[in-house]
Design a protein around this ligand. Structure first.
Ligand code: FE
Length: 336
């Protein structure tokens, strides 16, 4: 198996030397999400792409391959995952005026190692029937004892919730953040379980009244081919937290990418990231997956706008990653 893998790597390298206009992408993003982007890129530039897709283990693979790695570009979701690549010195620091112009500084690596390409907001969902939306404005409100036994949650240690926890540490400090988490756990209707969609289902079924999800899951349910999932979406209101004048804005996370440290095709790799930060690709993020453009000059899709567009927490996104170990400790201590 190892030999096969080695031969495969060698073939990829030779391919690159023969046909320089090809890019190898290691992707944690699902093929149906990135293929439309890559097709648009190829038709615009003539540069072909090969994708190695996996939900897990790509960073280890890149590390094991070392200088022989055929990878040119890494694409993934969540700053926590992106940062692992930087932390393990697997990314190349790049300079691009286009990327620096398109992507605001709080959504990219201070060293030019990775760039946010789309944004997703972590939002509150509440039962239309059983929760007065005027009673919940901020993520902090979920600690209110009024909601005892009424909140559902995915496990705290999932990256989405760990990132949210980091954002609360950044806003309030460790002690207050832990108090919040403890109160949230005290308010849970059931043991933390399931993914984001399962939380909306639980609200629909009356197991709880309030939860936290990434905004795009609302869109996926709303436009699901499964009529029952459309009913789940229909049963909830979306609340963008922390939107008040003196509030910090909703916590957002990113999908993003960087250039592999040992890429033999850095010029094209940068071209792909630039393309992904441009108008055509930025519109696709909204159309395909209900994500917000990371490019400050591009408006969200009409569908996203119809839900309301949240003001976002402008915390440098790298802080979400560097605070993750503290966040995880809190999550473990409170049993979220
Ligand atoms: Fe997701």
């Amino acid at each position: 198996m190892k030999n096969l893998f080695f031969i495969f790597t060698l073939i990829m390298i030779n391919f690159n030397q023969l046909f320089a206009q090809e890019l190898n992408i290691y992707s944690h993003r699902q093929p149906f999400l990135i293929n439309p982007f890559l097709e648009a890129f190829t038709s615009e530039t003539g540069i072909k792409t090969n994708v190695v897709y996996s939900t897990k283990g790509l960073a280890q693979r890149l590390q094991a391959e070392g200088e022989n790695s055929p990878a040119d570009v890494i694409l993934t979701v969540d700053i926590g995952r992106l940062y692992i690549y930087e932390d393990n010195n697997l990314l190349s620091a790049i300079k691009s005026e286009i990327l620096n112009k398109n992507i605001p500084s709080h959504l990219r690596s201070p060293k030019g190692k990775w760039y946010g390409l789309s944004k997703r907001a972590r939002v509150i969902v509440t039962s239309k029937e059983r929760v007065d939306i005027n009673k919940i404005k901020n993520i902090e409100d979920l600690a209110n004892p009024e909601w005892k036994g009424r909140i559902c949650s995915r496990p705290g240690s999932h990256v989405y919730n760990r990132a949210l926890m980091s954002s609360i540490i950044a806003a309030h400090g460790i002690e207050s953040a832990e108090k919040w988490a403890k109160s949230l756990v005290n308010n849970l209707a059931r043991r933390p379980q399931g993914n984001d969609r399962a939380q909306v289902k639980a609200i629909f079924e009356g197991q709880c009244d309030i939860s936290i999800i990434n905004n795009y899951y609302f869109g996926k349910l709303k436009f699901s081919e499964d009529p029952i999932q459309r009913e789940w979406a229909e049963s909830v209101n979306l609340i963008f937290p922390n939107q008040g004048e003196n509030e910090r804005g909703a916590h957002v996370n990113i999908s993003g990418g960087g250039v592999a440290k040992h890429s033999q095709n850095k010029e094209y790799a940068i071209k792909l990231l630039e393309f992904l930060s441009g108008q055509k690709a930025q519109n696709l993020y909204g159309e395909i997956n209900f994500e917000y453009p990371a490019n400050i000059n591009i408006e969200p899709s009409d569908e996203l706008k119809s839900w309301g567009v949240p003001r976002e927490d402008k915390l440098p996104i790298i802080r979400i990653a560097t605070l993750a170990p503290e966040a995880q400790k809190i999550i473990d201590r409170v049993g979220w």
